[in-house]
Design a protein around this ligand. Structure first.
Ligand code: AMP
Length: 282
């Protein structure tokens, strides 16, 4: 596995692979890798000749009062996990090379930014769209891999790729969960044992909502209330940012549930913000 820190070198290396007719898969991450990330890397390995994993804790997507400084970092552990999956290139850019002095450009995906997580994390999706656009231009992948766990992010990226005529196929991979259903997340590491137990209420509540939909409930409001009730019942959940039942494409609230509905929730347990979602096909 090659470890490359300089964007220009990754760009030249990947360009050569593409010119020789090799497919390149990109898995963008912020590190502190868990099975969720590794599932994306395995999928890329299966579908491409060359796999590039990037690890970059992108300052642009963190708000001033968010956890940028304490975000978990474990480059040694991450590199050994990535290399055991026979990844070809680990791209580890540093901030100064990604955002050189005078950096002034950002990518805005209007409409989607203000919904769900966007309401509570102003600027977050602009940071995500901007860094992903940069990574796609640096690596120029055939396919780029993202997790359904960050559902709104996948909507933003698909929209951006389509609107800006970017090249790669966007591949969305299923959410990988702990044995008790909690979606794997680097932020789970912040949770104490009791908080960790409380966090299972998120998946449980979403599942209850999904089961009700599958049993015939068609009122999105009822489903929202049901999910919210489940979350409220857990005393260690300090704040419910949202419990939503929305159109999976527009992320707008719906009244009557049609063929597909996205159930999504964001909560705070202590200082830790956790999100999860379930896509229900009726
Ligand atoms: P992050 O390092 O949190 O920015 O995540 C990097 C990529 O891994 C994103 O596309 C995430 O959606 C994806 N990811 C994170 N957690 C999971 C999970 N539990 N299952 C599947 N994909 C995940």
């Amino acid at each position: 596995m090659e470890i490359i820190r300089i964007p220009r070198i990754v760009q030249d290396t990947c360009k050569k692979h593409r010119m020789k007719g090799r497919s390149v898969g990109l898995v963008p991450t912020m590190g502190a890798l868990h099975e969720g990330h590794l599932s994306l890397i395995r999928r890329s390995r299966m579908e491409n000749d060359i796999t590039v994993v990037s690890i970059f804790v992108n300052p642009l997507q963190f708000g001033p009062s968010e956890d940028l400084a304490r975000y978990p970092r474990d480059i040694e552990g991450d590199s050994s996990k990535i290399s055991s999956l026979e990844t070809d290139i680990l791209f580890l850019p540093d901030d100064a090379l990604m955002y050189s002095p005078g950096f002034a450009t950002s990518v805005e995906v209007a409409g989607i930014f203000e919904k769900l997580c966007g309401r509570f994390r102003p600027g977050h999706f602009r940071g995500v769209a901007t860094v992903v656009a940069k990574l796609l231009n640096i690596v120029y992948p055939t396919r780029a891999y993202f997790g359904q766990k960050d559902y709104q992010q996948t909507v933003v990226i698909r929209r951006m790729v389509k609107d800006l005529n970017l090249d790669p196929e966007v591949v969305i991979c299923p959410t990988i969960r702990e044995h008790d259903g909690l979606a794997m997340s680097s932020r789970n590491a912040y949770l104490g044992p009791e908080e960790r137990l409380a966090a299972t209420a998120i998946y449980r509540s979403l599942t209850r909502g999904a089961e009700a939909v599958l049993q015939g409930e068609r009122s999105a409001r009822r489903i929202r209330e049901m999910v919210e009730e489940g979350l409220r019942a857990e005393k260690l959940i300090d704040r419910i940012e949202y419990a939503a039942a929305v159109d999976p494409v527009t992320l707008d609230d719906v009244e009557e549930i049609g063929r597909e509905i996205l159930l999504a929730a964001a909560v705070r347990i202590g200082n830790t913000r956790l999100i999860d979602n379930l896509l229900v096909n009726v």
